[in-house]
Design a binder for this molecule. Sequence first.
Ligand code: GLC
Length: 481
Amino acid sequence: MRTNNKSISIVLILIFLISGATKAQQKQTDAERLAWWHEAKFGMFIHWGVYSMYGGVYKGYQQARGDAAWIENRCKIPVAEYRENAKQFNPVNYNPDAWAKMAKDAGMKYLIITAKHHDGFALFDSKASDWNVVDATIYGKDLLKPLAEACKKYGIKLGFYYSQAVDWTNPGASAARRLMKEGWPNPDSTKIDTYTKEHDGHWDPIQLTSTFDQYIDQVAVPQVKELLTNYGEVSVLWWDYATQMKTVEGSEKLKKLLDIQPNIITNDRLHPDFPGDTRTPEQAIPDRDAVEGQTWETCMTMSSSWGYKKNDSGWKSSEILIRNLVKIAARGGNYLLNIGPKPDGTFPEESIQRLKEIGQWMNVNGEAIYGTQASPLNILPWGECTKKETKDNTILYLSVFDWPKDGKLKINGLRNKIVSARLLANGVKLKISSAQNDLIINVPETAPDQIASVIKLEVKGRVEKINTSSPKKKMQSGALD
Ligand code: GLC
């Protein structure tokens, strides 16, 4: 009897252990897989590479149009010359620990870096192409390994951007044709434009020495495999430029590699036929109705360029960036905010300053962002709203941009019984009254925060959608340029 009991318990323990182990490796459901991402709301995008050395300037000319990360194409830099220059890439001040800490202190929960952007330069040690930081530069060290460690240390999820279709240096890939006049006043512009027209956007014969299939098989597939194998947990694979992806077969091969990281999240930029998990409106906050019920992330620059640009004058204020984050959360999306590090490995001062200011706001008001859902209230003249549901109640976080001069914050049409209203910053209780169809929250004379003051309003039950009459517009997803 005794031995029997013992063997039964051993068997039970074994079953428990085995089922636990298989559970850990099991593929999660889509909802489970995306749960952290929805909770996170806010991530850091990083565009960094050889283009950062140019800072948008070639032969003394400011690149005439488009992103500084596009300089190889827009200025039609010969591949050998671009590679020669890359030898001097030497980010001696690169401090991935400081990067991850800045992301964390800003309230960001994930970080996505250009493991390989359109210039094809791999920021990692790659066996598939010597056009990588270890083999092609004086610096000679993998940049992603220490970043992966730093992200882990600070609890930041790591994702890789990978330009799978466009590559201007590894031969065979797509080029995405641009005209010479978008670069610098090259005396040979007419000739070059004719050449790119006849060669599918390529400007250097060396780009034509492989086929697209060869490029996919020999560079893209093995590199994505390296990225998904050598850096521990990879939470996001951020493809880019679906419309430049020439074959379905190529995208199928890349898609299959995602099984290496079964719980990875991917975007909709692998191929037009592959929706992925997340839609990717770029540089814009989509219309409320266009994104209802969808999984989406607005990626946006802090300045006027993804890649580092010298003398960049297009910096958005912290006020705009914070309000963007609130607006995006209020429509149920995520905000992926970009930094273009300098060639020495440091973030531009302007970015550091903005990250700090966003962090200060998030420190006080993060509760109104993380884990929230889209607003049930649509037209709010004074700001935005996010929502959390508890078992019996609903919490509405009212982010007020325009503080009412008369001390009365009005919400039209909200009929739920009010549980409480408090300033999120200091817990001060606010009095509620009503007039006609308006609920009135009586607020102090001055706004607690000049950018966005949050009122935490708890009401009984669920809140029905109110004032949802804005026009239907389709969301623009994918590359703009
Ligand atoms: C655009 C740009 C590309 C950038 C991307 C980020 O597609 O072409 O350079 O990386 O946006 O969303």
